[in-house]
Design a protein around this ligand. Structure first.
Ligand SMILES: Nc1ncnc2c1ncn2[C@@H]1O[C@H](COP(=O)(O)OS(=O)(=O)O)[C@@H](OP(=O)(O)O)[C@H]1O
Length: 635
C-alpha cells in the first residue's frame, strides 16, 4: 500500500477515535435513551446468571463433602447419639433431675424402626454398654435387704425429681421407694415362676409366697425397691401417679382403685379429651390427648391411668416431676387366651376358629400392618411403646426391660394380684382399705378355654418378647417383696386384704360374687361387652345406707361408666356441651365394625358349648349392651 494511502487510513481512524464521545457521556446517553430499561434488565440478568453459577458450584462441592461424611460417619453417629442419650439418662441420673424430659423419643423411634445388620451390630454393642453401667443410686447386694438412710433435710436421690417436692421439703426421715438399677440380662433358669402359670391360671394362694426360696431370688440381680428408713415420721401418701394400663392384665381393677382414691380426695385425673375412655390408644401418647392440657384449663394433674401407648417424654409434659410410675404384667399364656376371646374381631383372629388355629398359621399369615392386629402379638411390649414384632428377640427384650426399668418404679403381676396390692400400698404409702377391690372385667367361665401344654408352648413362642419381659419382672417382683415387705409379713398382709375384701363383698354384693351381664339389674353397672367374651358384673345388696351404698357402688362401677362420671365431675361445662352437641363420644369405629364382622358361627364355636347354649349366651351378651356401653369407646 502506498505510504500516502496508509497515512490517510490512520488519520481517519485517529479522527474517529478523537471524535467519539467520552464514556461518561455515552453512559449518560444509554441511561437516558428510550431503551435504557432494556439495558438495565440485561445487566441485572447477567449479574443474576453469574451469581447462580457461583451458588451452584459451591453447593455441588459442599454436597460432595457431606455425602462422603454421611457415608462414612453420619450413619454410625446417629446411633451413637441415640444410645448416648440412653446411656446419659442412666449414667447421669443426677443431671436428669434438672431436666423435665428425658430424650427418649429418638430412642423409642429407633427401637421401632426396621433394622439393618449394621444397626444390629451397633445396638448389641450399645446394649452391652448399657448393661455395664453401674447404678448411681443404690447397688443391690445379694442376700441382703437394702436400706438407705436419708439424713434430715437432704433430698434423697430420686428418679424424676428436679426440684424439692413437698415431701422432700419436710424435715425428718421419710419413706422413699427407689429403683435400684439392675442388669437387664436375666438368668432365666433362676426365675421363680408362678406355680399356677401353666396349669389353669387359678389365683395364687398366699401359701405360695412362703414357698418362694430366697436363694432363688438372690441368684439374680434384679431391680429392687429400696425402702428408706422412715424413722419416727410416718410417710406421706403419694398422689402423683401414672399407671400404664396394659390390656387384659387386671388393669381395670387397678383403675377402679385409683379412681376411688382420687375421686374421694378430689384429685385431678389426666382424662382423655372429648370424653374418650382411652388416651387415643393405639397411637403413641401425646400430651394434648389429655383434656385441659392444651387449653391450660388444668393447673396440675394428679393421676393418669387410662389406656395409652406409653411415650415417656410426652407423659412427663403432663405429670408433675415427683410422679410415681407403675404398671402391671400378666403371664402371656392366659393373657393370650383372654385376648383371643375379647379381640376376636381383629383381622388376625377373624378367620381362626380356635386359638390353636391362629397359632398354627400365625407365623405365615399374621399381617402386622393391618389395623388392630397389634392385639394379637406381644401386646405388653406394644403397650409399653416398643416394637412388638421385632425379629431380634434378645436385643429387643434387653432394651425393653432396660427402658421399663428406667421409667417405672414398680411393675406388678396380675397372677399375684393381692401381693401386688400390698407392694403398691407400701410404695404409695396408702392404707390397706385404699387398695381393697373386687375383681372387675372378668369373663364368665363359659367363655374360658383350657389350653393344652402344646398350645401354651406355642403362645410363649409367638409372644416371645412378652414372655421374656414377664419372666424378668416376675423375678424382680419377688425380689421387691423380699426386700420391702418381707415374705412372712406379706403373707399376713395378704390375709388381711382378703379378709377385708370378703367383708366388703358380703356387705355390698347380692349374689356374693360376680354374675353374668344378663343378671345385672342396674344398667348403669353393666360392664361393656365385647368380642366373644361374656364380661361379668355385680348387683348391689338392697337396703344399704347412703354412705355404704356409695362406697359399694364405686367398688363395682365398670371402667367406662366411672371414666364418664369423672369427666363430668372435672369438666362439667365441656361435658354439658358434649352432651347436647355430640351425644355419642367418638367411637372407635374400626373396632366396633370389626367386632360386628365376627360371625355368629365363630362366636358359637368360641363359646364352646352346644349350639343352642352358645346362641343364647351370645344373644344375652348382645341384649345386655346398655345404652351407656354403646356410647363409649372400646376398652
Ligand atoms: N383382681 C384380679 N386378679 C386377677 N385377675 C383379674 C383381677 N381383676 C381382673 N382380672 C382379670 O383381668 C382380665 C381383664 O383385664 P383388664 O381389666 O386389664 O382388661 S382390659 O384391657 O381393660 O379390657 C380378666 O381376665 P380374663 O377373665 O381371663 O379375661 C380378669 O378376669
Amino acid at each position: 500500500m502506498p505510504s500516502l494511502q496508509r497515512k490517510a487510513i490512520m488519520d481517519r481512524a485517529l479522527y474517529f477515535w478523537k471524535s467519539t464521545l467520552p464514556w461518561s457521556t455515552r453512559l449518560k446517553g444509554v441511561l437516558c435513551s428510550p431503551t435504557r430499561f432494556l439495558w438495565v434488565a440485561l445487566m441485572l440478568l447477567t449479574v443474576l446468571c453469574v451469581a447462580v453459577q457461583i451458588l451452584g458450584v459451591t453447593r455441588q462441592s459442599r454436597n460432595e463433602v457431606l455425602k462422603e461424611f454421611a457415608n462414612d460417619k453420619l450413619f454410625s453417629m446417629r446411633f451413637t447419639i441415640a444410645f448416648q442419650n440412653t446411656l446419659t439418662t442412666t449414667q447421669r441420673a443426677t443431671e436428669r433431675q434438672q431436666s423435665n424430659h428425658v430424650p427418649l423419643i429418638q430412642y423409642i423411634q429407633h427401637l421401632n424402626q426396621g433394622t439393618t445388620l449394621r444397626r444390629e451390630r451397633h445396638n448389641q454393642q450399645s446394649a452391652k454398654r448399657t448393661r455395664n453401667i453401674p447404678h448411681l443410686e443404690v447397688q443391690p447386694q445379694r442376700g441382703r435387704a437394702l436400706s438407705v438412710r436419708v439424713p434430715n433435710g437432704t433430698p434423697p436421690p430420686r428418679r424424676h425429681v428436679s426440684k424439692a417436692t413437698k415431701e422432700q421439703r419436710q424435715p425428718g426421715l421419710r419413706s422413699q421407694v427407689l429403683l435400684a438399677r439392675k442388669s437387664p440380662s436375666v438368668a432365666l433358669t433362676a426365675l421363680h415362676l408362678p406355680s399356677t402359670a401353666d396349669a389353669g391360671f387359678a389365683a395364687v394362694k398366699p401359701a405360695a409366697i412362703a414357698a418362694v426360696k430366697p436363694a432363688a431370688i438372690a441368684a439374680v440381680n434384679p431391680t429392687a425397691i429400696v425402702t428408706v428408713d422412715r424413722g419416727t415420721t410416718s410417710c406421706r401418701p403419694k398422689t402423683h401417679i401414672v399407671f400404664l394400663k396394659t390390656h387384659k392384665t387386671a388393669s381395670s381393677t387397678i383403675l377402679n382403685i385409683l379412681y376411688r382414691y382420687g375421686d374421694s380426695r378430689n384429685l385431678t385425673f389426666a382424662l382423655p379429651s372429648n370424653r374418650h375412655s382411652q388416651l387415643f390408644y393405639p397411637l403413641y401418647f401425646a400430651a394434648h390427648f389429655v383434656e385441659g392440657f392444651r387449653s391450660k384449663a388444668v393447673k396440675e394433674y394428679d393421676i393418669m391411668c387410662n389406656h395409652m401407648r406409653f411415650m415417656p417424654s410426652e407423659v412427663k409434659k403432663v405429670m408433675p416431676e415427683d410422679t410415681f410410675y407403675f404398671s402391671i404384667l400378666r403371664n402371656p399364656v392366659p393373657m393370650m387366651e383372654s385376648i383371643f376371646t375379647y379381640y376376636k374381631g381383629i383381622p388376625a383372629f377373624h378367620k381362626a376358629r380356635t386359638l390353636d388355629d391362629f397359632l398354627n398359621n400365625a407365623w405365615q399369615s399374621y399381617n402386622k400392618s393391618q389395623s388392630n392386629n397389634h392385639y394379637g402379638k406381644n401386646l405388653l411390649t406394644f403397650d409399653f411403646g416398643f416394637n412388638n414384632t421385632a425379629i431380634d428377640i434378645e436385643r429387643q427384650t434387653n432394651l425393653s426391660i432396660s427402658m421399663i426399668e428406667q421409667n417405672f418404679h414398680l411393675i406388678l403381676m396380675s397372677e399375684y394380684f393381692d401381693e401386688s396390692m400390698i407392694l403398691l400400698k407400701t410404695a404409695l404409702c396408702w392404707s390397706l382399705d385404699d387398695v381393697v377391690s373386687f375383681k372387675l372385667n372378668s369373663r364368665s367361665n363359659r367363655t374360658r378355654h383350657e389350653l393344652s401344654p402344646e398350645t401354651m408352648e406355642k403362645i410363649k413362642e409367638w409372644n416371645a418378647l412378652d414372655w421374656r419381659i414377664y419372666l424378668h419382672f416376675n423375678t424382680t417382683f419377688w425380689r421387691m417383696v423380699e426386700e420391702t415387705v418381707g415374705l412372712e409379713n406379706m403373707r399376713l398382709e395378704v390375709a388381711r386384704l382378703q379378709e377385708r375384701r370378703k367383708q366388703l363383698m358380703k356387705t355390698c354384693v347380692r349374689e356374693g360374687g360376680a354374675v353374668d351381664p344378663s343378671q345385672v339389674k342396674d344398667s348403669a353397672l353393666k360392664p361393656f361387652q365385647y368380642g366373644a367374651a361374656v364380661i361379668q358384673g355385680y348387683n348391689l345388696n338392697p337396703g344399704l345406707d347412703n354412705a355404704t351404698k356409695k362406697h359399694c357402688q364405686d367398688l363395682i362401677t365398670p371402667e367406662l361408666q366411672y371414666t364418664a362420671a369423672l369427666y363430668n365431675k372435672q369438666f362439667p361445662e365441656l361435658a354439658a356441651k358434649l352432651g347436647s352437641s355430640k351425644k355419642q363420644p367418638v367411637l372407635k369405629k374400626t373396632m366396633a365394625w370389626e367386632a360386628r364382622r365376627t360371625s355368629e358361627r365363630e362366636r358359637q364355636s368360641l363359646l364352646g358349648s352346644p349350639r343352642n347354649q352358645a346362641r343364647s349366651a351370645y344373644q344375652n351378651a348382645l341384649s345386655n349392651r346398655t345404652a351407656a356401653n354403646r356410647l363409649q369407646n372400646v376398652p
